[in-house]
Design a protein around this ligand. Structure first.
Ligand code: TAP
Length: 449
């Protein structure tokens, strides 16, 4: 059994099972047995089951959100959005089974058609920072395409995933089609990589573990989707709406206590407006409300664990702190929103993913300098740029090496559109039509005439 801790209080409030190798194998084998019948379900019936699953999630939004507030320290506003996102993503992909068409390709001597075939058992490995949405982005398209799923939540945050597994059964998904397998990454997650019945791994987590999964998957030529770390840039040009850019910058990095792969943790400000921008940013950072995440006005909760707090602290100790917000000091793993001045692109807090409420700031000279600095990283997941010049917005958007970029906003994820990383931030795309196809293989059939 694993203790489940409330990060806002540091207290254990429940325990969950931690599956061993034999139980993991049994789940994978159940999923493999369930696959032939699930892929044979008529497209309209599979669509109806996914819509029913979405409806059951919708009936349990408050319950799921409360679990996440308690287990992950998410603010109640965020947790409600996250539960709603699972429902929406299920609804979106429920449209897929009836539209997953192949092509008819003109060839001499016969008829040529393609099919999008499901892969079999898909293993989904989820981190602790966004347990619900990241689970849904994997299981909804995987199930829609006709695969069966085994899902491993992070040991720290298993509760909502376990509940979603129960809700799937309540909605009428057949036994074995969607199973949640809680346990350690080195046991359950690693078994997904080595078990021959698992045909694809959909992994979200650190770049380090992602690389080891990709290497392990090579042995059986497993398909992989990897969503890894980030060090995204927020680029503010002198011609931008500075008030709006400054008001929204704290949320873009401190939301979810900075434990967000898309966090805009590197702030690049054009030097001619650097001082002015920091003077606008400071009150916004100080006003960022860090408190009990169950409070409706909470903007940020605690960090996930004591050891993570130690890691985040190590980036701030000895660095040049420009200004900080405030946070509770007792019970749980609180950390104030913190803005650090970078003096060189070699500063550790500028280069590495902190995964906490820490923003590094650096001035830049011109457009070319901004692009050079933004791209000076092995990560490439998300980012923002602020300008009123449409030409510049397009030039910089094309030049920045990142999978998702937002102009004059900080959004990264919309379930209709592809999401994923360039360079070492990942491989493949989630959400939108791209994710659906990544859970299929194309089969080509030729009929001689
Ligand atoms: P990891 O330590 O990589 O853990 C992620 C998941 O992998 C957990 O479920 C973990 O299990 C499991 N795992 C650990 N070792 C494994 C192994 N050898 N084989 C198979 N599975 C294994 O990451 P984390 O610290 O939880 O999450 C933070 C990282 O995720 C950050 O770098 C963040 O940027 C990234 N992230 C990326 C995205 C996207 S969409 N790109 C989204 C969210 C987070 P345990 O429960 O045992 O740890």
């Amino acid at each position: 059994m694993t203790d489940v801790i409330n990060p806002a209080t540091g207290e254990v409030f429940t325990t969950v099972p931690s599956l061993d190798l034999a139980a993991t194998d049994a789940a994978i084998e159940r999923a493999a047995r369930a696959f032939p019948a699930w892929r044979a379900v008529a497209p309209g019936d599979r669509a109806r089951l996914l819509r029913r699953f979405a409806a059951v999630v919708d009936q349990h939004l408050d319950e799921l959100a409360e679990l996440e507030v308690r287990n992950a320290g998410h603010t109640v506003g965020n947790a409600r959005w996250e539960a709603g996102n699972v429902r929406d993503v299920l609804d979106y992909y429920a449209g897929a089974p009836e539209r997953l068409s192949g092509r008819q390709i003109p060839v001499p001597g016969g008829l040529d058609v393609t099919f999008h075939e499901p892969l079999g058992v898909v293993g989904i490995i989820v981190p602790w920072n966004f347990p619900m949405p990241i689970a849904g982005w994997g299981f909804a398209p995987a199930l829609a395409a006709g695969n069966t799923v085994v899902l491993k939540p992070a040991e720290l945050t298993p509760l909502t995933a376990i509940r979603l597994g129960e809700l799937a059964l309540e909605a009428g998904l057949p036994e074995g089609v969607f199973q949640v397998v809680p346990g350690q990454g080195s046991v359950v997650g690693q078994r997904f990589v080595t078990h021959p019945a698992v045909r694809k791994i959909c992994f979200t987590g650190s770049t380090e573990v992602g690389k080891s999964i990709m290497a392990g998957a090579a042995d059986q030529v497993k398909r992989v989707t990897l969503e890894l770390g980030g060090k995204s840039a927020n680029i503010v040009f002198a011609d931008a709406d500075l008030e709006q850019a400054a008001a929204s910058a704290p949320g873009s990095v401190f939301d979810n206590a900075g434990q967000d792969c898309c966090a805009r943790s590197r702030l690049l400000v054009q030097e001619s407006v650097y001082d002015k921008f920091l003077s606008l940013l400071e009150p916004a950072v100080r006003a960022f409300r860090v408190t009990d995440p169950a409070q409706p006005d909470a903007e940020m909760g605690p960090l996930i664990s004591a050891s993570h707090k130690k890691t985040v602290t190590s980036y701030v100790d000895g660095s040049d702190v420009a200004f900080r917000g405030s946070a509770p000091e007792t019970g749980g793993w609180w950390f104030p929103p913190t803005v650090l001045l970078a003096h060189s692109t070699e500063d550790r807090h500028w280069r590495e993913e902190v995964f906490g409420p820490v923003l590094s700031v650096l001035p830049f000279k011109d457009e070319e300098d901004a692009v050079r600095l933004a791209n000076d990283t092995e990560y490439g997941l998300s980012g923002s740029l602020w300008t009123r010049d449409v030409g510049r917005a397009l030039r910089v958007s094309r030049a920045v090496e990142t999978g998702a970029l937002s102009v004059n906003s900080h959004s990264s994820v919309r379930y209709w559109t592809p999401f994923g990383g360039m360079k070492q931030s990942g491989l493949g795309r989630e959400l939108g039509p791209d994710a659906l196809l990544s859970f299929t293989d194309v089969k080509n059939v030729f009929l001689a005439m």
